[in-house]
Ligand binder design. Structure first.
Ligand SMILES: O=C[C@H](O)[C@@H](O)CC(=O)C(=O)O
Ligand SMILES: [Zn+2]
Length: 276
């Protein structure tokens, strides 16, 4: 499993392409028949990809990584299925999770199994963060995900934000998680951009043709850098970093935050004209 250390922005701005990719880009989460994880020290966020051909389970032994007896002993997990219909069984309770539906699992959940229900494998994308209390599991459909429309066609950023893990929808300790879908022809996400020094964030880009790339912008607002992202790649955005992207073709992305508060609107907006 890849471990991502936290970087000071003064260090990050000195990195070349390889250094930026090594420290902020997560690749290979979705591999047929496997469960993959990456651990970031930004708010101790874990990124997970499970693509079951036969049933897959969370690793039973996570001692050196978490110091706990099992992965979710003191952690919560948010999952969104970006593949075919699937099933998650958590401590014996089965949840059927369709394409672009979500599941929240609270701290204390010991056994988690992932299965595909059709020929098209399910692809569960997960984010996990430390949790201070155990909260009930909940399945969240797209209809429950309090969608917000942002942007406009004229500014190439028309999009709908589905907020699956949000205080109005499900109680969580830290996690806020959702999916943003762009209107056809709109290619900018999160523009105008923002930072939130109180929370880190991850972006998973998917639903892309193999030839499409997304230029994901990161860095302090006056020291922007970019990562070139392909289908299934994720980016880690430290609290000091902007996170916005522009695609050469269709893409959708899943964002997830953990940190100090859960006010979705708590963002420090940046005028595009002040970016450097
Ligand atoms: O802090 C919030 C996150 O960056 C995303 O919700 C932003 C986003 O999906 C968008 O504007 O397209
Ligand atoms: Zn953000």
């Amino acid at each position: 499993m890849q471990i991502y250390r936290s970087l000071h922005p003064d260090h990050a701005k000195t990195l070349d392409t390889e250094g930026l990719r090594k420290n902020f880009l997560v690749q290979g989460l979705f591999q047929p028949g496997t469960l993959q994880m990456a651990y970031s020290h930004e708010d101790r966020m874990i990124l997970l990809g499970a693509m079951p051909l036969a049933p897959l389970t969370l690793p039973a032994e996570t001692k050196p990584l978490t110091g706990t007896d099992f992965l979710l002993q003191r952690r919560e997990l948010g999952l969104i299925n970006i593949g075919g219909p699937g099933r998650v069984t958590a401590d014996g309770v089965a949840y059927d999770i369709g394409t672009e539906e979500a599941l929240y699992l609270g701290a204390g959940t010991r056994e988690v199994m992932f299965e595909s229900l059709t020929e098209t494998p399910a692809q569960f994308y997960g984010n996990s963060a430390p949790a201070h209390k155990s909260l009930p599991a909940k399945k969240i459909t797209q209809a429950m995900a309090s969608p917000v429309s942002l942007g406009a066609q004229e500014t190439n950023n028309q999009r709908v934000i589905y907020r699956f893990l949000h205080p109005n929808v499900v109680e969580t300790c830290q996690l806020l998680m959702g999916l943003t879908r762009l209107a056809q022809g709109s290619n900018w996400n999160t523009m105008p951009p923002h930072t939130h020094d109180r929370r880190c964030e991850t972006y998973l880009y998917f639903d892309m043709d193999p030839a499409t790339v997304v230029f994901h912008f990161m860095g302090e607002p006056q020291e922007t850098r970019h990562l070139v992202m392909k289908n299934g790649d994720a980016a880690i955005s430290p609290p000091w970093s902007v996170h916005a992207g522009c695609g050469t073709g269709r893409y959708t992305f899943i964002w997830c935050m953990a940190g100090e508060n859960q006010v979705f609107e708590d963002m420090d907006m940046i005028a595009p004209g002040s970016l450097l």
